[in-house]
Design a binder for this molecule. Sequence first.
Ligand code: F6P
Length: 342
Amino acid sequence: MRVGVLTGGGDCPGLNAVIRAVVRKGVQEYGHEFVGFRDGWRGPLEGRSIRLDIPAVRGILPRGGTILGSSRTNPLKEEDGIRRIKDTLARQRVGALITIGGEDTLGVAARLSDEYGVPCVGVPKTIDNDLSATDYTFGFDTAVGIATEAIDRLHTTAESHMRVLVVEVMGRHAGWIALHSGLAGGANVILIPEQRFDIEQVCAWVTSRFRASYAPIVVVAEGAMPRDGDAVLKDGSLDSFGHVRLSGVGEWLAKEIERRTGNEARTTVLGHVQRGGTPSAFDRWLATRFGLHAIDAVHEGDFGTMVALRGTDIVRVPIAEATAQLKTVDPELYTEVGVFFG
Ligand code: F6P
């Protein structure tokens, strides 16, 4: 069989590890051939593909990004999108499509599979770790490692100047990166999108930290919102899945903290540094296992499913189940880490 592979949405470390595992096992064990579609759903929409064989995937395991390219193209918003995808698959004699993506890319795969008969198998990726039905997505561990290292470094400069340092991390709807890196890095305040924050309370924690003669580190997810306000946006633009561009809450917080407490504050926005570069060992392990199990699902004709991590096992779940609802931080978990605030 000829199998198509695409990577969609925001890139993340580990995408190449999945592609490598799919191709290695698919060719060696099952004798399948592969077509790599370029730039997410844009590839099958426009018929743009590259050769994907064992030589093409040599040496890519530790490489960040994706050799296939990615985009946030939504084929359901394109004129004749479904028909164009089906035509490309037929023309290229592709009998199955492995879609590696987050909630948006996999949401499209679920509909293509369940409603339009396009045989898809999903692989969950996102640094945000906000996909239901899997304990972890790959990319998350790497992002948390990068954010934790940044927080460690910011502690020493914050203390030299006795300043507040606000660290803005990614996380549009879910505060997993903020929570894990904030806990691992010993932050004094962690703010997540799931719980609106009270700026007075944040300032009280900052002040109490200074009273103990230490400089506070405030970790904030880009989607966190003050109790009496809205998310801070970069600009008003929307992507083709209708998402606004975030970032700005870190700057806003630093200004408010300075104004209200009189303490000097600075902001570091980690941004795409969290998504770039080589995957951690855990993400290489997870991405590789996802790839091996995804090609098994294709080989067995188990379409409309997504591979997922449950404990230490890789299982299959309906893609639609994974994309129906985001996995957000449980209020009890957030309360648990609150003992370190202030
Ligand atoms: O979905 C992953 C993510 O990294 C989010 O945390 C972030 O809001 C978004 O992508 C940024 O997307 P872009 O690179 O398109 O600006």
